[in-house]
Write a protein of this length. Structure first.
Ligand SMILES: Nc1nc2c(c(=O)[nH]1)N[C@H]1C(S)=C(S)[C@@H](COP(=O)(O)OP(=O)(O)OC[C@H]3O[C@@H](n4cnc5c(=O)[nH]c(N)nc54)[C@H](O)[C@@H]3O)O[C@H]1N2
Ligand SMILES: Nc1nc2c(c(=O)[nH]1)N[C@H]1C(S)=C(S)[C@@H](COP(=O)(O)OP(=O)(O)OC[C@H]3O[C@@H](n4cnc5c(=O)[nH]c(N)nc54)[C@H](O)[C@@H]3O)O[C@H]1N2
Ligand SMILES: [Mo]
Length: 758
């Protein structure tokens, strides 16, 4: 109970690293990577893109915008990370030629892995794969529009879209307006696979769907709880804030089954001298729960807060509802159940509660380790319950902060690309359309795959992304997409989906300009609810035949809808789209004049510094969170004999250091000591007690398939858990689904790791 709160446990219990792994995240190699790329023959092109006034392509915490390519929302300089270099380096590649696609058949292209697909270069001309043909061939724009128009005239329920958060707010708004104008609500989006549980959880509790915290607010925090996020890989700019909070005497509690070295110590290029030589301490306390058990851990923290008398009853009484039931649950759940479920000791839980309860302003941040769980929404509830118990929501410097994914994924949701449309947006759209929107429940990403698998989808447009490889159970995804008559992919670069996610009749791939190349201005929304303006640009792809997303969507919509409900072709000047957005989307009024003012802005009514919330009562609604039952199956349940030399693990599937989602940039992950993609990171004791050696080649089997020749790597992962990389691992499992949000449990995949000769 009297755990020392000073750096109780900056290194977690399961911290094995090998000689090859660096002793901090980031560090000198980041600078080396920068130098290598910015001084290379591609350097001038890269610098031009880096300095372009637009938001970074990579994550929702990117730098850029009108204050210059290296500034964050508050104008602080030097905030670019090497992830933007990685993303840009891949966008400034030369074009893939027509001859390439004439030469190689689909069967041959299907042999390429993710990295090889991306390395082909930029898509540079529109192409089609017709049923029965073996090769993609060029297609004219006129024929594309004819095929697309016919395809979009199918029964609305049989027409769907999928999108990924790299495109602009303007493209997103047009996409959903076009879809809703044909009466289809089938607006699947990558956020269904990502932060949908955060959206559901936050809206039930607070009546808002996004972070309650601004960047300015975060800077005032004296404690950050970071659960299920590896921001040292995926949101490096957030690391700068964590470093500053630690430097100011604040505390960081990391909750992650893996010891991510960058969350222990990180060398950031924003603090060159320090970062290059010593790195900065990140975690004050590092907890390693069993994958999928965070709700139990947070209930434990709540119990400890009660026991240590660190709850804020006045706050609970004044600003929350149902708090008694939540406190009662924490009181009545016994310690043994809590610690057995989450695998974290009572001592560690008390230490976490003590830090949280004694801090003045706590921000609770989380990412995929929390959301991609069967009980993802409960995870959000339990985190927010903990925040509310300590009065840490609706206050300067405190609150709930989902660490969002793609650089504009949040903008897509705001623009109405969602199957759970906000009432205000629905009403505004109905006014615009002059009629009611269809009330048919649209398909989210997983239900889109299920519907396609059942032959219920004829037409699909994919605005970016990689629907095939992002989904679990690749066999199912391929089969499902194969039932769709027409698939239209808008993309910047070839990916696995273009070669495996093939339609029944016509698969069309349309090369689009990226954010830095559009002939018009666009906007995006960051994870901190800040709207950024991207300037016009130009592409290095000369004598090619690319199109902007906005131009394609408006032309298609004009052919389908004429001038209903807007003059679509006029919208090719994106200023008019922004005016529509200003009228339709709550909090976005300022976008209507951004062309004149150039003023980037925080969306109105999103940041909460007072404990008054847009719920019916104005209070935060608390929910009791049942503890998850986390039993792993027996080996025999995978169809293997009991005698097999192996062990069943809770497999976490996620990102390596050098990849952006389904796109792999580099094969190895040096910070985790994984030399290539076909590795499994395991706990040494688990492996050895099952008779498996380090570097041994094993098979890994899930409920939908098996991977062979997987190399066992011993690493800093807790007992009972293991880690592998997506998209490759997606062939082996069909996961449980969080039913309230449709999100797959990618972070707790039951799998058996076993010796080939057993
Ligand atoms: N460079 C780069 N940046 C990116 C991306 C990228 O691929 N590359 N992707 C973007 C997107 S779309 C997203 S959604 C984000 C993803 O960003 P993250 O969510 O940080 O990425 P992941 O690798 O999916 O997993 C995050 C962490 O969850 C931990 N984890 C797994 N299971 C559990 C659990 O049960 N409990 C807890 N507490 N932790 C767990 C894993 O060990 C891992 O460290 O990044 C965005 N930014
Ligand atoms: N096992 C497992 N599976 C997962 C996850 C996991 O953690 N584990 N994470 C899930 C998550 S969080 C997400 S968000 C999804 C990601 O799913 P998606 O968003 O569907 O996939 P990405 O790999 O980000 O898409 C990459 C492609 O987008 C295209 N692209 C890039 N920029 C642009 C642009 O400006 N415009 C257009 N039109 N196209 C562009 C390029 O062609 C590129 O090949 O994957 C999910 N799948
Ligand atoms: Mo994501």
């Amino acid at each position: 109970m009297d755990a020392n709160t000073e750096n109780v446990q900056p290194l977690p219990p399961f911290n094995e690293t090998n000689e090859a792994t660096p002793n901090m995240g980031g560090g000198l190699s980041v600078i080396e990577y920068w130098a290598e790329h910015t001084l290379s023959p591609e350097g001038p092109k890269l610098w031009k893109s880096l300095l372009h006034k637009s938001a970074c392509l990579s994550c929702s915490w990117g730098a850029g915008g009108q204050k210059g390519g290296f500034s964050n929302e508050t104008g602080e300089p030097l905030q670019r990370c090497m992830k933007s270099v990685e993303a840009i380096a891949s966008e400034i590649q030369p074009p893939v030629s027509q001859q390439f696609f004439e030469k190689y058949s689909i069967a041959e292209l299907q042999q390429l892995n993710s990295m090889e697909c991306d390395r082909l270069g930029r898509l540079s001309f529109p192409m089609i794969l017709r049923a029965g043909n073996t090769h993609y061939e060029p297609i004219s724009w006129e024929e594309i529009y004819q095929i697309a128009e016919t395809a979009f005239r199918k029964t609305p329920d049989r027409v769907a879209s999928y999108s990924s958060g790299r495109s602009s707010n303007e493209a997103a708004f047009l996409l959903q307006l076009m879809m809703r104008a044909i009466d289809s609500n089938n607006l699947a989006d990558c956020s269904d696979l990502c932060h949908a549980p955060s959206t559901v959880g936050l809206s039930k509790m607070f009546g808002t769907r996004t972070s309650l915290v601004s960047l300015d607010n975060l800077k005032q925090a004296d404690c950050v709880v970071l659960a299920g996020s590896n921001c040292s890989y995926n949101h490096p700019r957030l690391m700068n804030e964590l470093i500053k909070i630690r430097d100011n005497g604040g505390k960081i509690i990391v909750i992650n089954p893996v010891m991510e070295i960058g969350l222990v110590k990180f060398g950031s290029p924003a603090f060159p001298v320090k970062s290059l030589f010593t790195g900065s301490d990140i975690a004050s306390l590092y907890l390693q729960p069993i994958p999928g058990s965070d709700t139990a851990l947070f209930v434990g923290i709540q119990k400890s807060l009660i026991e240590q008398e660190l709850t804020d009853t006045n706050y609970l009484q004044a600003y929350t509802e149902n708090w008694e039931a939540v406190l009662q649950q924490a009181r009545e759940t016994d310690w043994q159940t809590i610690t057995e479920t989450c695998g974290v000791s009572e001592r560690e839980i008390h230490a976490a509660a003590k830090i949280i309860g004694n801090s003045q302003r706590v921000v609770f941040a989380w990412a995929m380790g929390i959301t991609q769980q069967k009980n993802g929404v409960d995870n959000i509830f339990s985190i927010a319950n903990t925040a509310l118990m300590t009065g840490n929501a609706g206050k300067e410097g405190a609150g709930l902060m989902p660490v969002r994914g793609h650089s504009n994924v949040q903008g897509f949701g705001s623009m109405g690309v969602t199957v759970n449309l906000k009432k205000e947006v629905q009403q505004a759209l109905e006014k615009l359309l002059g009629r009611s929107l269809s009330r048919v429940q649209g398909y989210d990403t997983r239900s889109l795959i299920a519907a396609a698998d059942a032959g219920k989808v004829d037409t699909l447009i994919c605005v970016g992304g990689n629907l095939y490889a992002a989904n679990p159970d690749a066999t199912e995804a391929k089969r499902a997409l194969g039932n769709i008559e027409t698939i239209i992919y808008l993309a910047t670069k070839p990916n696995l989906g273009h070669f495996h996610g093939l339609a029944k009749h016509n698969t069309i791939v349309i090369p689009v300009l990226n954010r830095l190349e559009n002939p018009h201005k666009t906007t995006v929304e960051s994870g901190n609810n800040f709207v950024r303006l991207n300037d016009e640009g130009e592409t290095h792809l000369k004598n090619c035949d690319l199109i902007s997303e906005v131009e394609f969507l408006t032309e298609l919509a004009a052919r389908i809808h004429g001038t209903y409900p807007v003059d679509w072709r006029q919208m090719q000047d994106t200023k008019y789209v922004r005016q529509l957005i200003a009228q339709t989307i709550p909090g976005y009024a300022k976008i209507g004049t951004i062309d004149e003012t150039k003023e980037e802005f925080t969306i109105a009514n999103r940041i909460f510094t007072e404990p008054k919330f847009p719920t019916e009562s104005g209070k935060a609604q608390m929910f009791v969170t049942p503890l998850p039952a986390l039993k792993l199956p027996e080996i025999t349940e995978f169809g293997l004999p009991e005698s097999v030399r192996g062990t069943v693990v809770a497999l976490m599937t996620g990102r390596s250091y050098s990849q952006h989602n389904t796109v792999v940039y580099k094969a190895n992950d040096k910070y985790r000591g994984m030399p290539h993609r076909n590795c499994i990171l395991m706990n040494r004791a688990d492996a050895e007690s099952a008779g498996l050696q380090e570097h041994q080649r094993v098979k890994v089997r899930g409920n939908a398939g098996e991977m062979e020749n997987v190399e066992v790597i011993f690493g800093a992962v807790r007992a009972g858990a293991a880690l592998m990389f997506y998209p490759e691992v997606n062939v082996i499992f069909n996961p449980g689904i969080e039913v309230r949000s449709g999100t797959p449990a990618y972070k707790r995949v039951p799998a058996v790791v076993y010796a080939v000769d057993s």
